[in-house]
Design a protein around this ligand. Structure first.
Ligand code: G6P
Length: 608
């Protein structure tokens, strides 16, 4: 979703803004713009489309100035046109603003301002902010922004600049993230740390309702009551290299290949081999409290939701605790029953997904203990939960989530193990899980070594417009995730189903044009899944099987077989999902799709 970068210091701002926006491209956008303070005036340059369009537009304008704001827009209110791109300015052009989020009461403010004679130039909700700040401006930008904030409802991260105050920028957040990078003699504000890390490792994650005034290296933060507050300076836990593609053609491929290392990082220090259990101190719960959990509710969106579905199978199997997984967007608007001893887990890679954040707040209002499973350190969800577990997967840039999924499943396995060991799992069984988990990174490397072969298989399926993905048990959510990956990046329709459910509807679709991808580890349900495959074959459907089975049973049934190493049944999702990620990746590349920036999608969905 929208990305913000703003700079004040001694260097020319335009290059820093453009490079920063490039780091935020992965969030998804359809237009971009910058505003530079040049002497006593503001120069705004905007363009529809990719950053390269903005760079072309900039060659026709003066772009000097050591203070500026930049933005990539993901359209919500108004089509992706230049006039709707940010920054938006006041009528006299002396105040400009960039904004991430949605101003929910913008229509009301807009009609009032129109009556006062304000002429609007865009269809956006954002433009009201520029006009409001201008209306309240006397001689101090910070107080004008503070006044404007009291009129805004909704979620936002904003940065405001004025032609009247050289070097000054005002940032504010409510609901949408804003990070302050503190350099030697400069400051950078951005929607996430990946746009800052190249310039400084020192950051402050602004709190809800904070406002910050920056000028050069000086900054002053105030809270909602506009009292000055101190916020802790933290170190960004990743390097600039980690947000670069390196030798890979796409971030998605890089991140698929990073999975062995990422999972090792998720496991690091968390396996207790002596006692066959997991050590998860971040949960902040006493043994007694963990023992007392009666029910678990998992809330999440997208890929995180499917990881949660794997978690449901894992926790119920290993710990015998009933688990419900719910889309955060549904949870937040119904009246969920959260009795005592129910623990809620919010799963989110970015830690900023608006629906998940709202759902966790609703759970907290009901008095539940809410724990987070997040990747982004210092993110809103990580900070608003009572405790939790970080993935430590490193930054995930590809819009289609891959390493976050396997790390989420790894962490959920650790949680299931910990809760299981407090109940019916023996030390010997626990140790078996620990040992098998430790082997997973090496086994994923073996799967990655088949990348070329998987690309060749992808080539044979590239022309189909519809796919069915089937799986059972632990791997039913893997089928769902495999189908989601294909849809997201190749725009090919794909549906995931529990294999046995196929006969209740989807079987009607099967023909030579509708291939079926079957996830079928050699577990207790293996023979039953083979029967489902026979049903597909009998109707002329092509079959691609992903399996750890080596007994030759699949050869006569499936058209193509991708093999993964054997592991414990509970860990099979961690291996079987990897070929599905690679399959989706190669089909998308072969179809000429922009894998890292798929159309219409955003990496971090900070609006409802
Ligand atoms: C977006 C992304 C998905 C992601 C989902 C949830 O839809 O495109 O890849 O799975 O948001 O994101 P989260 O950061 O909460 O895991």
């Amino acid at each position: 979703m929208c990305g913000i970068v703003a700079y004040t210091g001694g260097r020319q701002a335009v290059g820093i803004l453009i490079e920063g926006l490039r780091k935020l491209e992965y969030r998804g956008y359809d237009s971009a713009g910058v505003c530079l303070q040049d002497g006593g005036r503001l120069n705004v340059v905007r363009a529809k489309g990719r950053l390269s369009e903005l760079e072309t537009a900039l060659t026709f304008h003066s772009s000097t100035g050591t203070t500026g704001i930049g933005h990539t827009r993901w359209a919500t209110h108004g089509a992706p046109e230049e006039r709707n791109a940010h920054p938006h300015s006041s009528m006299d052009g002396r105040i400009s603003v960039v904004h991430n989020g949605i101003i929910e009461n913008y229509a009301l403010i807009k009609s009032k301002l129109k009556k006062e004679g304000v002429v609007f130039k865009s269809d956006t909700d954002t433009e009201v902010i520029a006009h409001l700040v201008s209306k309240f401006y006397k001689d101090n930008l910070a107080s004008a922004v503070a006044d404007a904030l009291t009129h805004l409802e909704g979620a936002f991260g904003i940065v405001v600049i004025s032609a009247n105050e050289p070097g000054v920028l005002i940032g504010a957040r409510r609901g949408s993230p804003l990070v302050l990078g503190v350099g030697e003699d400069e400051c950078i504000l951005a929607s996430d740390a990946s746009a800052i890390v190249e310039h400084t490792q020192k950051v402050i994650y602004l709190d809800e309702n904070d406002m910050v005034e920056i000028k050069g290296a000086e900054y002053r933060i105030t809270n909602q009551a506009r009292a000055e507050v101190r916020r802790e300076i933290q170190n960004i836990e990743f390097s600039a290299d980690q947000v670069a593609k390196g030798n890979f053609e796409h971030f998605m491929l890089k991140e698929i290949f990073e999975q062995p290392e990422a999972i090792l990082n998720s496991l690091r220090g968390r396996l207790l081999l002596d006692s066959g259990t997991a050590n998860l101190q971040g949960l902040n719960l006493l043994t007694q409290e963990l023992r007392g959990i009666h029910r678990i509710v998992i809330i999440a969106c997208g890929t995180s939701f499917f990881a949660g579905k794997v978690g449901e199978y894992l926790i119920e199997e290993m710990a015998g605790i009933p688990v419900e997984v719910e889309y955060a967007s549904e949870f937040r608007y119904r009246n969920p029953i959260l009795e005592e001893k129910t623990i809620v887990f919010a799963i989110s890679q970015s830690g900023e997904t608006a629906d998940t954040l709202a759902a966790l707040r609703e759970a907290k209002r009901k008095g539940a203990t809410v724990l987070g499973i997040c990747n982004a350190v210092g993110s809103s969800i990580a900070r608003e939960t009572d405790g939790g577990v970080y993935l430590h997967a490193g930054p995930e840039i590809g819009v289609a989530s891959t390493k976050a999924f396997t790390c989420q499943v790894t962490v959920l396995t650790l949680i299931a193990l910990l809760l299981g060991r407090m109940r019916h799992v023996s030390a010997a069984e626990g140790l078996r899980v620990c040992n098998a988990l430790q082997a997973i990174p090496g086994q994923i490397r073996e799967i990655l070594a088949q990348n070329d072969a998987i690309r060749e298989i992808a080539r044979q399926y590239v022309d189909h417009r519809n796919f069915l993905y089937l799986g059972r048990g632990f791997n039913y959510p893997v089928a769902l995730e495999g189908a989601l990956k294909l849809k997201e990046i190749s725009y090919v329709h794909a549906e995931g189903y529990p294999a046995a459910e196929m006969k209740h509807g989807p079987i009607a679709l099967i023909d030579a044009d509708m291939p079926t991808v079957v996830v079928c580890p050699s577990d207790v349900l293996f023979d039953k899944v083979i029967s489902n495959m026979q049903e597909v074959k009998a109707r002329g459907g092509r079959i691609l099987a992903v399996t750890d089975s080596t007994n030759g049973q699949l050869e006569g049934v499936a058209d193509h077989v991708i093999r993964v190493p054997k592991t414990l049944s509970v860990l099979t999702p961690l291996l079987h999902v990897v070929p599905l990620q690679l399959l989706a990746y190669h089909i998308a590349v072969l179809r000429g799709c922009d894998v890292d920036m798929p159309r219409n999608l955003a990496k971090s969905v900070t609006v409802e």
